[in-house]
Structure formats: structure tokens, C-alpha cells
Ligand binder design. Structure first.
Ligand SMILES: Cc1cc2nc3c(=O)[nH]c(=O)nc-3n(C[C@H](O)[C@H](O)[C@H](O)COP(=O)(O)O)c2cc1C
Length: 229
């Protein structure tokens, strides 16, 4: 399917048919998810395709048993996991070492800037203060400074992965619904996620039922949202 056709075909579907979603369709979309752009290419995200029937049942309950979850064939939990940088940063450095030529600044970035940005949590108040003091005098990237900022960074990246996943499903003729109507602490316990992880959303998947949407797609005046400045 053409990219723009997939964008137009994607709708949030609240009712699915009983048609199973082939494994290769799911895997293709999951592979598309992890090709999304992400902060510093640290890939601190997780896409949990919940297949175990008991866990799936619990997950539906944790999605407030909403029909988009209840009638879904498959459920994927999209997670932002700030602590993953400790695992991926060394891999990034190994990857850089395999390249014939890497600018010194890039090596410095993964050696020094990434640990200072994503680690060093006890320095958070100092980071916040120093970044904002420098920012008074010149343009300066003031975030991420706090733990919450870090979660935001990874939620942004995870959300981009989620969109890749949903468009990939649409391109393969299947439907999805992103859900933030869920009990995040319970889902974190179900998946044994680390304390600092955040559930960005749960995505339900299946074939859209004929009455799968709540109506035509509603979008408002273009000039409220698109600005040529
Ligand atoms: C982060 C996020 C969370 C959402 N949570 C829910 C949800 O819990 N339940 C639901 O039915 N739809 C949910 N939606 C779907 C939106 O309601 C939907 O995208 C919006 O109404 C526009 O409709 P469309 O996706 O068909 O264009 C969510 C969408 C996003 C992006």
C-alpha cells in the first residue's frame, strides 16, 4: 500500500472481527516499530506482544475492559524504559568501533554526553540549575534534566515507534487502536517492568469489524493546527 493510503486507512478501531492476525504480519509491524527515530539512537523502548492467554486476559482487564481491548486479536504494550541506556550505550560504542571512520565528537557523545544525560540521577537538581543558568545567557538544551524529563524523552521515542507499528499494520490491511485508558501500575507489574519504566500506550490489533469505528474521522480546521510562520 502507498504510504499516504496507509495513513488514510489507519483509524482507531474499537471492534474487531474474529480473524486471526498472522504472526508474520505482527512481526513485520514490530520490525517497523524499532526502525523509528529515537533519542540519541539509544532505543530505550520496549514493544511487548502479550501472547500468554492468562496475561492477555489480565491485560484486557487492565485496559479497563474497553471494547478495543476486549475484542482485539492481539495486544502490544509500548514501553518507555529509561534504564535501558545502560545496556544499549555500550552496544552503540561497539557499533561505532566497527565503522571505518567515526568523528571524534560522535565518540565523545556516547562516551561522555550520554552517561551524563541519561545517568547521574543524583545530580538532577544541579543539572536543572546549571542548564537554566547557562540558558539565561545563550541558547542551551535545558532538558532532559529531571527524571520526569527523561521519561518524556523516551515516551516521545516510544510513541514514534507506536505510530510506525500502527501504520505498518494499516499497510498490511489490519487495524489498531492506541489506548492510554489503562491502569499503568498494574500493567507494569504484569510485565515485571522496572520502576522507572513508563507504559506509553497499549495497542490493540485485529481486522476491523464493519461497525469498528465510532463514525467518520473527525479533523478540524487545518489552519488551527498547521502554521506557516
Ligand atoms: C495516546 C493515545 C491514547 C488513546 N487512548 C485511547 C483509548 O484508551 N481508548 C480509545 O478508544 N481510543 C484511544 N485513542 C484513540 C483516539 O481516541 C483516536 O486516535 C482519535 O479519536 C482520532 O481517531 P482516529 O485515530 O480514528 O483518527 C488514543 C489515541 C492516542 C494517540
Amino acid at each position: 500500500m502507498d504510504f499516504f493510503d496507509a495513513v488514510k486507512a489507519r483509524r482507531s478501531i474499537r471492534k474487531y472481527t474474529d480473524k486471526p492476525v498472522p504472526r508474520e504480519v505482527m512481526d513485520r509491524a514490530l520490525d517497523a516499530a524499532i526502525l523509528a527515530p529515537n533519542s540519541s539512537n539509544i532505543q530505550a523502548w520496549g514493544f511487548y506482544w502479550v501472547q500468554d492467554p492468562a496475561k492477555k486476559k489480565k491485560l484486557v482487564e487492565h485496559c479497563m475492559s474497553q471494547s478495543a481491548a476486549r475484542t482485539a486479536q492481539e495486544l502490544v504494550v509500548v514501553v518507555a524504559n529509561p534504564s535501558l541506556w545502560r545496556k544499549t550505550n555500550p552496544e552503540m560504542k561497539k557499533f561505532l568501533n566497527t565503522l571505518p571512520k567515526v568523528p571524534t565528537i560522535v565518540k565523545l557523545y556516547y562516551d561522555k554526553v550520554v552517561p551524563a544525560t541519561y545517568g547521574w540521577k543524583i545530580f538532577t537538581p544541579f543539572k536543572w540549575l546549571i542548564y537554566n543558568l547557562i540558558g539565561i545567557f545563550k541558547p542551551f538544551m535545558r532538558r532532559p534534566a529531571t527524571c520526569r524529563d527523561l521519561q518524556e524523552v523516551w515516551i516521545k521515542s516510544a510513541a514514534l515507534g507506536a505510530e510506525n507499528f500502527m501504520l505498518a499494520m494499516a499497510a498490511q490491511g489490519f487495524a489498531t487502536c492506541p489506548m492510554e485508558g489503562m491502569d499503568e501500575p498494574r500493567i507494569k507489574r504484569l510485565l515485571r517492568l522496572p520502576w522507572s519504566a513508563r507504559v506509553a500506550m497499549v495497542i490493540s490489533v485485529g481486522e476491523a469489524a464493519s461497525n469498528g469505528t465510532w463514525g467518520p474521522q473527525a479533523r478540524f480546521q487545518r489552519d488551527w493546527f498547521i502554521h506557516y510562520v
